[in-house]
Design a protein around this ligand. Structure first.
Ligand code: ADP
Length: 660
C-alpha cells in the first residue's frame, strides 16, 4: 500500500470515526434532551388534565348549590311531593350524545335524609329506592356537607337514573396491539361525575340532598377541553399531535385518540405495562407507550373515587412520530455532514499524498543524481511544497559534498604532483650526478686543449663553442641538482616580508619591470618562518620574473601575505598577465616544462621553486585563467617564536589545509 493510499485511508478513518462519534453523541444528547423535555411537558399536561377534571367536579357542585338555592326543595321533601320541581326538567340533557352544553346534567335526584329517592328528574316514575349505596350520597348525608367525586355505576343503576343513557354506557370493547387482556366483550359500567348537596330546613335540620351526575362514557367535554387547553390544535403532518383520555379501569370511555378509520378510540384498552403500573400499583406513568395504533410519549395518572379507590386513569400524550422524525432528520444531517467531511478529507488527503509523493520522487531522483556523481545537482525550489527544511538540508548536503569533492580533487592533484615531481627529482638528481663528472672532464680537457692552441689556430673557434655549450650543460645539470637538493643546513627564523621586499628590490629596476605596477599588502606582525634566506629569495625572484614575462612589460603584480587560522604563513603573488592554459596547469611544476621559445626558458624555474618550498615544509599552488592572470600561493609553516624552532603546520598536514 503506497503512502498516498495510506494517507487517504487514514484521513477517511479519522473523519469517519469523528463523524460516527459526533453522530452518536449528537443523537444521544438531542434524544435525551428532547425526550426529557417532552416527558416534562406531558407530565405537566397530566397535571393540567387533573385540574380540568377537578374544575368540572367543582362546577357540578356549584351547579347543585345554585339549583338548591333557587328551587323549593324543602317543601318537596317535607311534603314528599315533587310536583313543584317539574321545572328542573330542562337541566337534563336531551341529546344522548355530547352536545357541548356545559350546564346540562345527565341525572338529577332528590333524596330525603335517609337516602330515599323523592324525585328523579330524568326518570320521574322511578322513586322510593334508597341511594345510600352511593358513597357520595352517603358521605353528604352523614357529614352534612356538599360532596363531589367520580363514581363507577353499573348499567342498570345508570338507566334507573336516566333511561336515555343506556346507549352511552354500553361500549363494545376493542382489542388493540399490546393491549391488556380482558374477558368482557362489552363495557356495562359507567363512570359518573357525581355531586351531592345537602338540603336543610329553616331551622337547620338535614332534610335530604340534591344529587346530580354527568356520565363520562362518550362525554368528550373534559378530554376535548384538556386537548384544546394543552395542545391548542397543534398538528404534525395533518395529524393532531396531542391527546387526552379518561379510562374506566383499562377501557377508554372518553378520548380524542383516533382509530385508523378516524373514529374516537372509545372501547379500546390500555397496554398491559401501563395497566399494571397505574391501575394495579397506583403509580404515575411517564414515558413511551403504545396507544391504540401508534407510539406516544405519554403520561398516565390514576383516577380515584371518593374513597380513594382507583377506578380509572387520566391520560395525556404526544405523538412520538414528530420526535422520531426529528431524530431521523438529525441522523441524516449528521450523516450528511460526515459524508461531506469524508469527501473533503478524501480530496485533501489525496492531493496531500500526491504532492508528498511527487516531492519524494524529486528527492529520490536528486539522490540518484548525486550518487551517480552529479554533485552540482540542486533541488529546484518547490513552491510551498512543505518540504522547505528537507530541501534546504538536501541542497546543503549536496553543496558540502561538492565542496568536499573539490577539496579532495585538489588534494589528490597535489599528492600526485608531489609524487610525480619527487620521482622526477630523484631521476634528475641521478642523471645530473652521472653527467656532472664527465661534463667536468670535458670542460677541463677542452680548456687544456684551448690553452695549447695558438690564437690563429683554425679549430680555436670550435673549441670555444664546445667549452661554451659544455658550460651551459653544466649549469643545467647544476640546476637539476638544486631541484633535488635538500636545503642547506643554514636555516634560521626568517621574516618572509623582508625576503619578499629584498627580492623585489633586486628586480624592480630591471627593464622588464619598468611598465609594471607593483602592489604589496604585507601583513604586520607575521610570525617568522624557518628558512634558507638565499633559497627563498631564489623562489621569489623566479616567480617575479615569470610574472613579468607573462605581463610582457605592462600590468599589475600584487604580493600579499597573511597568517592563516592554523598559523601558517601564506604568500600570494598575483599578476595580470596572459595566464596559463588549462591543459598546461598540471605540468608547470615539472622540470623542463616550458612554453617559452628554445633558448628563452629552461623549464626549470618552477620545478626548482617547488622543490625549495617543499624542502621548507610548505607547498605551492597555482590558479590561473588564460587571458586574465595567474596567482601563485605559497604556504609556509611558521615558527612559534624566534628561539623555538618548532614550526606550525608542515607539508605533512597538507591535506588539512585542503580541508580534507
Ligand atoms: P621557464 O620560465 O624557463 O619556461 P618555468 O619552470 O619557470 O620555466 O616555467 C614553466 C612554464 O610555466 C613557463 O614556460 C610558462 O609557460 C609558465 N609560467 C610560469 N609562470 C607563469 C606566469 N606567471 N604566467 C604565465 N605562465 C607562467
Amino acid at each position: 500500500m503506497n503512502l498516498q493510499t495510506r494517507l487517504v485511508i487514514g484521513f477517511l478513518i479519522a473523519t469517519c470515526l469523528t463523524g460516527a462519534v459526533a453522530t452518536v453523541v449528537g443523537i444521544t444528547t438531542i434524544n435525551r434532551n428532547t425526550l426529557e423535555e417532552v416527558q416534562r411537558k406531558v407530565q405537566q399536561d397530566i397535571n393540567t388534565a387533573e385540574l380540568i377534571y377537578g374544575y368540572n367536579l367543582e362546577r357540578l357542585r356549584y351547579q347543585l348549590e345554585f339549583i338548591s338555592l333557587r328551587s323549593p326543595l324543602e317543601e318537596a321533601i317535607q311534603q314528599n311531593d315533587p310536583a313543584t320541581l317539574t321545572g328542573l326538567d330542562c337541566l337534563i340533557r336531551r341529546d344522548t350524545s355530547h352536545n357541548g352544553d356545559h350546564s346540562s346534567l345527565d341525572m338529577l335526584t332528590l333524596v330525603d335524609a335517609g337516602g330515599r329517592v323523592i324525585f328523579r328528574v330524568a326518570n320521574p316514575g322511578a322513586k322510593g329506592d334508597n341511594l345510600l349505596w352511593d358513597p357520595v350520597v352517603r358521605k353528604c348525608l352523614t357529614e352534612r356537607k356538599p360532596q363531589a367525586s367520580a363514581v363507577t355505576m353499573p348499567l342498570r343503576t345508570i338507566v334507573d337514573q336516566n333511561p336515555r343513557l343506556e346507549s352511552r354506557v354500553v361500549i363494545p370493547i376493542v382489542k388493540t396491539p399490546q393491549s391488556v387482556e380482558l374477558d368482557a366483550k362489552v363495557l356495562l359500567d359507567g363512570m359518573v361525575l357525581r355531586a351531592a348537596h345537602p338540603v336543610f330546613s329553616r331551622s337547620g335540620a338535614l332534610l335530604g340532598a340534591l344529587i346530580g351526575g354527568v356520565l363520562i362514557n362518550r362525554d368528550y367535554d373534559i378530554v376535548d377541553t384538556i386537548k384544546e387547553t394543552v395542545y391548542q390544535d397543534e398538528t404534525y403532518k395533518d395529524r393532531d399531535i396531542g391527546f387526552a383520555t379518561i379510562f374506566l379501569g383499562p377501557v377508554r370511555i372518553s378520548t380524542n385518540v383516533k382509530t385508523k378509520d378516524n373514529q374516537r378510540a372509545v372501547g379500546t384498552l390500555v397496554s398491559r405495562e401501563v395497566y399494571d403500573r397505574v391501575i394495579i400499583e397506583g403509580k404515575d406513568w411517564v414515558g413511551r407507550a403504545f396507544v391504540v395504533n401508534d407510539w406516544y410519549i405519554s403520561a398516565y395518572a390514576p383516577l380515584y373515587d371518593i374513597d380513594r379507590r382507583i377506578i380509572g386513569m387520566f391520560y395525556t400524550g404526544i405523538l412520538e412520530a414528530k420526535y422520531r422524525d426529528m431524530t431521523l432528520n438529525t441522523i441524516l444531517i449528521f450523516f450528511g455532514i460526515t459524508f461531506i467531511g469524508m469527501v473533503i478529507a478524501f480530496v485533501i488527503s489525496f492531493r496531500l499524498g500526491h504532492s508528498i509523493i511527487r516531492r519524494i520522487r524529486i528527492l529520490k531522483n536528486a539522490t540518484q543524481a548525486i550518487s551517480s556523481g552529479n554533485l552540482e545537482y540542486q533541488l529546484p525550489p518547490g513552491r510551498s511544497s512543505g518540504f522547505d527544511m528537507l530541501d534546504e538540508a538536501f541542497n546543503d548536503m549536496a553543496r558540502s559534498l561538492k565542496d568536499r569533492d573539490d577539496r579532495l580533487q585538489k588534494a589528490f592533484q597535489h599528492i600526485t604532483r608531489t609524487e610525480r615531481l619527487a620521482s622526477l627529482g630523484q631521476m634528475a638528481a641521478g642523471v645530473a650526478h652521472e653527467i656532472n663528472n664527465p661534463l667536468g672532464g670535458i670542460l677541463l680537457y677542452s680548456n687544456l686543449v684551448l690553452e695549447e692552441m695558438d690564437e690563429d689556430h683554425p679549430g680555436r673557434k670550435n673549441m670555444e663553442k664546445i667549452i661554451y655549450q659544455t658550460d651551459r650543460c653544466k649549469k643545467i645539470v647544476q640546476n637539476l641538482l638544486d631541484f633535488a637538493r635538500t636545503p642547506s643546513g643554514d636555516q634560521r627564523p626568517t621574516d618572509i616580508n623582508e625576503v619578499i621586499l629584498t627580492s623585489l628590490n633586486l628586480v624592480k629596476d630591471q627593464s622588464m619591470f619598468l611598465g609594471i605596477h607593483v602592489e604589496t599588502e604585507l601583513a604586520h606582525g607575521l610570525p617568522l618562518v624557518m628558512g634558507d634566506l638565499s633559497r627563498l629569495e631564489e623562489v621569489f625572484l623566479n616567480l617575479f620574473i615569470n610574472a613579468a614575462d607573462a605581463m610582457e612589460g605592462k600590468g599589475t603584480l600584487k604580493i600579499t601575505t597573511w597568517l592563516t587560522s592554523t598559523r601558517a604563513v601564506k604568500i600570494s603573488i598575483r599578476d595580470s598577465g596572459k595566464g596559463i592554459d588549462r591543459a598546461y596547469l598540471p605540468h608547470i611544476f615539472e622540470p623542463f616544462f616550458t612554453t617559452k621559445d628554445p633558448g628563452q626558458g629552461t623549464g626549470l624555474g618552477l620545478s626548482i621553486t617547488y622543490g625549495i618550498i617543499q624542502k621548507h615544509g610548505g607547498f605551492i599552488d597555482v590558479e590561473s585563467e588564460a587571458g586574465k592572470g595567474t596567482t601563485f600561493v605559497i604556504t609556509l609553516p611558521s615558527c612559534l617564536n624566534e628561539k623555538d624552532e618548532t614550526c606550525s603546520e608542515g607539508s605533512s598536514e597538507i591535506l588539512g589545509d585542503y580541508g580534507v
